[in-house]
Design a binder for this molecule. Structure first.
Ligand code: C2E
Ligand code: MG
Ligand code: MG
Length: 733
């Protein structure tokens, strides 16, 4: 296969033609044809030339000369007598004057007239010698032809090299994956490569002469204008910006690009220069524009997921705190006021429990829309808990402004909502704190709004109140949890408990699941379900997860040193952890640090987390699997339950969610579902763990249908590392 043709899918040969690039060597005169009707003369010239090493042919009349010229393309010099009978020298000159490949001609003639000489020289004759002439004169004339030919050949070769170089560069430029362009000093395109066509639908020619702003999204124009029009020089001559460019054929259809450009100036020599001195002046901009749409979209998605509540699409706690921080800084500078509201839905739990989670979710979505409709774009409404919202009014003139908004919200929310055909009535309790009088920091403002909200709850709900220092309340739950968590990591309040996973046939422990515990100094043991969501929102989960993995690995090593059986360590991984770019590296490095092989670690990931960003998940899990690390789908059956994704992932284990196990024997569909999961795991050659096995009946059923592994209170509660083996009850099996 011709490699040059396949490269980049473009035909390099179509651009660059090397065939006529000649080397600058070899003889410049190959064959000389001497034409004279005087045979003596003919012979003596031939002898003379051969003596000088030239290859020589002869013709004794015009007819013969023409025949030789036609049949021998190597003749490159003609020594021509003008006066011959029949076809004379003039006739020959006329005949060859139209040919591109005509040889050079030296005319020898007895004619002495000046007119005659100029006439033949006008026919392109190279030299004119008058008979009789000295042999050296002829040799000199031939050398002059040689010199001229040598020069011509050099010029031709140089021209050819230039042409090839130009073609090569054109090829490189036009086949670049990026858009390459030049703007003149007015900001109009003077060049743009062919890539523009596939990315934005323009032919390069139609843009030449157009101002660059024609392509730029209106919201990015000012930024681009500023960047391009600044005629920066020297070290600051290059600049990079990101902007959106518009596609020719569709309104508002744009892509994201990153432009690297340099200012071009002409040097005093009149050639393009970047920085050397002296210069003649700015002539425009040269740049490369890269399509970063895919990257942008991925970033946007990840950012959205990190900073938004996925159910209502509202900002989450982390984004709210960030906005509040900015608003406080702004208010401080401008000596203005702002308000923070804590909104808590009254009786949400009752609605959620009686109408089901789906209706509960719908209700939250509808409420989010209603709340937003009461606000301005500059206000931030965030969902910070199940039925709790925070609101930031960044610029108020007085408490009166906040009163108006709170009243508006209460009225709007009062109106009944119809969900699944049922009329639902809800209300809110709202607490308000105002900067600066009720607090000057993020934490104090939220805390005081929360305190005011609880005051409303305790005094009949469905109302709003401003914070007052006299409101002494125990309810600073939200804040204490968040700031407490930050401290928990530093102050050693976190623990790991291990729960055995037991082989149903042999009764041996094959693995342990590591479960995080928070021993709060005042509130006692806090279950993970209460703080994991908060650590995910605040990003603390990353540090916490890393701490847990490290401690659990150390425990496994410690057990091995005590001669206890080798077990697989199962560790839960949250969405935010999996999204971290260095997640895989961190996990692998931790194993290496503890000198543990990959197969001893099993990462438990729920279906929903896996599905969130399938592409990323597959990529990362494959990398982990390549290291031998095992992957389990946690809480299997409660998420997407889509079989198709299972095939794409390097999975080892499915963990049947404990809700199915709890239902065993209850007469509903659970048994059938468990049957199906067991069959599927067998089909896909996956290990299967039943979670939450609490009693003998469940165990018996699972054994009967061939579920290989169980985990639950029956065989062992989660316990501290030094109690796992003593509390494990093999007898249960
Ligand atoms: P999970 O991964 O499904 O963990 C199993 C949960 O079931 C544990 O709850 C465990 O204590 C409980 N359990 C075990 N056997 C029984 C039983 O027989 N009956 C009942 N009713 N429950 C049983 P836990 O420890 O409260 O953890 C809850 C969830 O919190 C875990 O569910 C996991 O998703 C998450 N979690 C726990 N530790 C971590 C951690 O270190 N990192 C992350 N990202 N998540 C964690
Ligand atoms: Mg788990
Ligand atoms: Mg589970």
């Amino acid at each position: 296969m011709d490699r040059t043709k396949s490269w980049l899918g473009a035909d390099y040969n179509a651009y660059v033609d090397n065939s006529n690039e000649q080397p600058d060597s070899g003889t410049v005169l190959e064959t000389i044809l001497v034409v004279d009707d005087d045979s003596k003369m003919l012979q003596s010239v031939k002898d003379l030339l051969e003596c000088y090493g030239y290859h020589c042919l002869t013709a004794s009349n015009g007819q013969q000369a023409l025949q030789q010229l036609n049949s021998n393309p190597t003749i490159d010099l003609l020594i021509l007598d003008l006066n011959m009978p029949d076809v004379d020298g003039h006739d020959i000159l006329k005949q060859i004057s139209h040919s591109d490949t005509a040889p050079d001609v030296i005319v020898v003639s007895g004619e002495a007239s000046f007119d005659r000489a100029t006439q033949v020289l006008r026919h392109g004759v190279h030299d004119y010698l008058r008979k009789p002439y000295l042999p050296e004169d002829l040799i000199h004339a031939i050398e002059r032809v040689s010199t001229k030919r040598r020069m011509e050949r050099k010029v031709h070769a140089m021209h050819q090299r230039l042409l090839n170089s130009e073609q090569r560069h054109r090829f490189i430029v036009n086949n670049s994956p990026d858009i390459i362009y030049m703007l003149d000093s007015n900001g109009c395109f003077s060049f743009v490569n062919e890539r523009i066509k596939s990315l934005l639908g323009y032919e390069p020619e139609e843009l030449v002469g157009c101002h660059f702003s024609k392509l730029i999204h209106k919201d990015d124009r000012e930024k681009a204008e500023h960047s391009f029009s600044e005629r920066r020089t020297g070290a600051r001559a290059s600049h990079n910006i990101e902007f959106r460019l518009l596609h020719k054929n569709a309104d508002n259809n744009h892509r994201y690009f990153e432009s690297h450009s340099i200012t071009i100036e002409l040097s005093a020599m009149g050639v393009y220069a970047e920085s050397e001195q002296p210069r003649k002046g700015f002539i425009g901009t040269y740049g490369v524009i890269r399509d970063i749409s895919e990257r942008k979209r991925a970033e946007e998605l990840v950012n959205f997921q990190l900073y938004h509540d996925l159910l209502t699409k509202l900002p989450n706690r982390a984004l709210f705190r960030d906005r509040l921080k900015q608003a406080i800084a702004h208010a401080k500078r401008n000596q203005s006021q702002l308000a923070v509201m804590y909104l808590d839905m009254d009786r949400f739990k009752i609605i959620n429990d009686s109408l089901g989670h789906l209706v509960g979710d719908q209700l939250l979505q509808t409420v989010a829309v209603k709340l937003r409709s009461c606000l301005r774009d500059s206000d931030t409404l965030a969902r910070v808990g199940g039925d709790e919202f925070n609101l930031l009014l960044p610029n108020i003139n007085s408490e009166q402004d906040a009163t108006i908004i709170a009243t508006k919200i209460l009225r709007e929310i009062e109106k009944p909502m119809v969900l699944e055909g049922i009329e639902v009535f809800i209300s809110f309790s709202i607490g308000i704190a105002v900067y600066p009088q009720d607090g000057e920091t993020i934490d104090s403002l939220i805390k005081h709004a929360d305190t005011a909200m609880y005051h409303v709850k305790e005094h009949g709900k469905k109302n709003f109140e401003f914070y007052d220092a006299s409101m002494k309340t125990k309810h600073t739950r939200h804040l204490s949890l968040e700031s407490g968590l930050r401290k928990a990591l530093d102050q050693d309040e976190l623990r790991v408990e291990y729960q055995p996973q037991v082989d149903i046939d042999s009764g041996n422990v094959t693995g342990v699941e590591a479960l995080i515990r928070w021993e709060h100094p005042e509130n006692g043991l806090i279950p993970p379900s209460e703080f994991i969501p908060l650590t995910e929102e605040t990003g603390l989960i990353t540090d916490m997860g890393r701490w847990l993995l490290d401690s659990a690995c150390a425990t496994i090593k410690h057990w091995a040193a005590q001669g206890l059986p080798e077990v697989t360590l199962a560790v839960n991984v949250s969405a935010r952890e999996l999204m971290q770019s260095d997640f895989t590296d961190y996990v692998i490095n931790t194993l290496k640090h503890h000198n543990l092989p990959g197969h001893m670690l099993e990462l438990e990931i729920t279906e929903n987390v896996l599905m969130r960003d399938m592409e990323q998940s597959v990529h990362k899990l494959k990398k982990l699997a390549a290291y031998g690390i095992r992957i389990a789908v946690d809480d299997f059956g409660t998420g997407y339950s889509s079989l198709s994704y299972l095939q794409n992932l390097p999975l080892n284990t499915l963990k049947i969610d404990r809700s199915f196990i709890a239902d065993i024997g209850s007469g509903n569909d659970s048994n059938t579902i468990i049957y199906a999961i067991v069959a599927m795991a067998k089909g896909l050659d996956l290990n299967l763990v039943a979670e939450g096995v609490e009693n003998e009946d469940q165990l018996k059923f699972l054994k009967k249908i061939g579920c290989p592994t169980v985990q639950g209170y029956l065989t062992g509660h989660p316990s501290p590392s030094d109690e796992v083996w003593s509390t494990f009850s093999k007898a249960a099996i």
